[in-house]
Design a protein around this ligand. Structure first.
Ligand SMILES: *Cc1c(COP(=O)(O)O)cnc(C)c1O
Length: 494
C-alpha cells in the first residue's frame, strides 16, 4: 500500500508516512486506495477478539510490516488497557450503543492509537533506514498530550515534547501532563489557545532552520497528532469492532447499516469512521457533534468553512478547536481527490480564514454527514439525562455526541442502530459532571471524583486518584511566538 498527499505530493510507503508525519508539501498522507473488507470477512471478524480484528485492518494499510510484527505490536498496546478491553460496548435505550474508548492508561480514546504509535514509529523508522532519534512534537487540546507522553515515555530512540494551552485544559488533564515521568518527555504550557499551539507546531515543522538545528543534534521531527497516519489507522479498527460486536450479539443482521456519532474536534476520529465506511463497513450516516465552537456544524450545513469567529472555552475542552486539521483529508475525497482544489481551499483558509467548497462537494458531504452542536446548557442537560434515565455516567464530550444524536433522530426520523464514540472517562471531568448532576462542587476535583465514584458505585480509576500525590516535573511556559525557542531550551536541559 502506497500513500499520496492531499496536495498532490510524493508517494510514500506506510512506514515513511508515519515517520514523516506530514507531507513535504504541507499536505496530509492518505492511502492510494481503500482496501475492501467483504461481508464474509466481517462475519469472520465478528468471531474474533479485538486484537485479531486490529491486525486484519492494520495489515491492509501497513504492508511494510509482517502480520507477526503487527500482532506483537497490537498485543503490547492492548495489554495497557484495563480488564474491560479496548472498545467495549454499553447498551443504552433505542438501539444506541456507546463505544467506551477510555479504558486505556490515560482514560481517553487517544490511547487506542497512542499505545500503538510508539511501536509503529520505531519499527517504521528502522524500516525506512532512519538512524537518528525521533523527536515527537504534539499540540494538545488536553488528551493527546498525556496519551503521547505515556506512550513514548522512556521508549529508546524517541523524545516527546507536548505543547498545551495554559488555562485551556481541565485540572486533571493538566496534572496528568506536568507529572509525567521519563527523561525523554517535555511539557510546555503555551499562553494561548489550542489553535495557537497547533499553528506553532506546524510552523516548527515547516521551518528549515529548525530542521537543520535539530538535525545537528541527531534528531528528526515527527508528529503524534492525528495528522499522522499512524494515529488514524488504529482508530478505524474500533468502528469495525463495534459493528462486529453488535452483529455477534444478534442486534443487527449481516450487511445491516448502523449510524455512527462522534464528538469532533480535529476531525480525526470521525474521519476514521468515514474510512471504515469506505472500506465496506455497513455504515449509514455519520453524525458530527460539536460544542459551542461549532464551525463544523456550519460547514456541513452551508459548505462554507469560516474560522473567523470567537473562540469559546467549554467544559468539553478537547473539542475547543476552530481549525480542524483532518478535514483536509475529507475534502480530498469529497472533491474526487483533486489536490488542486484542496490546495486552493487551504490557501484561502490560511489567507482569509475561510473558504467555500463547490456545490458537488457540498452535496456529497451532506449525504454522508449530519452536523449538530450542543451549547453548555445542552451538554449539562444531557449528562443529567443519561444518568437519571439510563444510569450511564458520561463525560461532557460524550454528552455533546448524545445530544447531537437526539437532534438528528428528531429531525430525520432515522432510528437505525447507532454507535456513539464515548471519548473520555467522566472522572477526567469531575467538576463539569458534578455540576451537571447538581452535586456540590465545593471541593477539589479529586474529592469530586471520589463522590462521583460513590454515586456510580465504581472505583475512581487509579490514573486519576494518584495524581494529587505525584510530584510536578514540568514547569516550562512560553508565548505562542516563542515555541521553538522554548523547545530548544528544553532539549538543551541536562
Ligand atoms: C481529542 C478528543 C476529541 C476530538 O477528537 P478529534 O479526533 O480531534 O475529532 C473528543 N473527545 C475527547 C475526549 C478527546 O480527547
Amino acid at each position: 500500500m502506497q500513500y499520496i498527499t492531499t496536495r498532490g505530493g510524493q508517494s510514500a510507503s506506510g512506514a515513511q508516512a508515519i515517520v514523516q508525519g506530514l507531507g513535504r508539501d504541507g499536505g496530509l498522507f492518505v492511502p492510494e486506495s481503500f482496501p475492501q473488507i467483504s461481508r464474509n470477512e466481517l462475519a469472520d471478524m465478528a468471531r474474533e477478539p479485538y486484537a485479531a480484528r486490529a491486525v486484519r485492518i492494520l495489515g491492509r494499510f501497513l504492508t511494510d510490516f509482517t502480520e507477526e510484527q503487527l500482532a506483537g505490536m497490537v498485543d503490547s498496546a492492548c495489554a495497557r488497557f484495563d480488564e474491560q478491553g479496548v472498545a467495549p460496548l454499553k447498551a443504552l435505550e433505542d438501539g444506541v450503543r456507546v463505544i467506551e474508548l477510555y479504558h486505556g492508561p490515560t482514560l481517553a480514546f487517544k490511547d487506542v492509537a497512542l499505545t500503538l504509535l510508539p511501536h509503529l514509529l520505531t519499527a517504521a523508522a528502522k524500516a525506512a533506514g532512519e538512524m537518528r532519534d525521533v523527536l515527537i512534537l504534539v499540540a494538545t487540546s488536553g488528551d493527546t498530550g498525556k496519551a503521547a507522553l505515556s506512550g513514548f515515555a522512556d521508549v529508546p530512540g524517541t523524545h516527546c515534547a507536548v505543547f498545551y494551552p495554559q488555562g485551556g485544559v481541565s485540572e486533571a488533564q493538566r496534572l496528568q501532563m506536568v507529572t509525567q515521568r521519563g527523561g525523554n518527555t517535555h511539557v510546555i504550557a503555551v499562553k494561548g489557545n489550542f489553535d495557537d499551539a497547533q499553528t506553532g507546531v506546524k510552523r516548527i515543522f515547516s521551518d528549515p532552520w529548525a530542521a537543520a538545528a535539530f538535525g545537528r543534534k541527531g534528531l528528526v521531527l515527527s508528529s503524534a497528532n492525528s495528522i499522522n497516519w499512524g494515529r488514524l489507522a488504529p482508530q478505524i479498527v474500533y468502528y469495525f469492532s463495534a459493528w462486529c460486536d453488535m452483529f455477534a450479539a444478534g442486534e443487527i443482521a449481516a450487511g445491516e447499516e448502523i449510524n455512527i456519532c462522534v464528538p469532533t474536534g480535529n476531525f480525526g476520529n470521525i474521519l476514521a469512521a468515514y474510512y471504515a465506511k469506505r472500506m465496506g463497513l455497513p455504515v449509514g450516516r455519520l453524525i458530527c457533534a460539536s460544542n459551542r465552537n461549532n464551525v463544523l456544524t456550519d460547514f456541513i450545513r452551508t459548505g462554507r468553512y469560516d474560522a473567523r469567529r470567537a473562540f469559546h472555552l467549554t467544559t468539553s475542552p478537547s473539542m475547543d478547536i476552530l481549525i480542524s486539521s483532518n478535514l483536509e483529508r475529507m475534502l480530498f475525497e469529497l472533491c474526487g481527490r483533486s489536490a488542486e482544489a484542496v490546495r486552493g481551499w487551504m490557501d484561502e483558509l490560511k489567507e482569509n480564514g475561510c473558504y467555500e467548497i463547490d456545490a458537488g462537494s457540498k452535496e456529497a458531504l451532506g449525504g454522508l454527514m449530519y452536523g449538530a452542536w450542543a451549547s453548555e446548557a445542552d451538554c449539562a442537560g444531557e449528562i443529567a439525562r443519561a444518568w437519571n434515565e439510563e444510569r450511564c455516567l458520561v463525560d461532557p464530550h460524550t454528552a455533546v455526541a448524545l445530544k447531537a444524536l437526539r437532534e438528528y433522530r428528531a429531525e430525520t426520523g432515522d432510528r437505525r442502530p447507532c454507535a456513539v464514540a464515548a471519548t473520555a472517562s467522566p472522572f477526567k471531568f469531575s467538576r463539569a459532571v458534578s455540576a451537571a448532576l447538581d452535586l456540590a462542587t465545593d471541593a477539589d476535583d479529586f474529592e469530586l471524583c471520589r463522590r462521583l465514584g460513590d454515586l456510580a458505585g465504581c472505583e475512581v480509576p487509579r490514573a486519576i486518584a494518584e495524581l494529587p500525590s505525584l510530584p510536578v516535573r514540568h514547569r516550562a511556559e512560553c508565548a505562542p511566538g516563542d515555541m521553538l525557542d522554548a523547545l530548544m531550551k528544553e532539549m538543551n536541559r541536562p
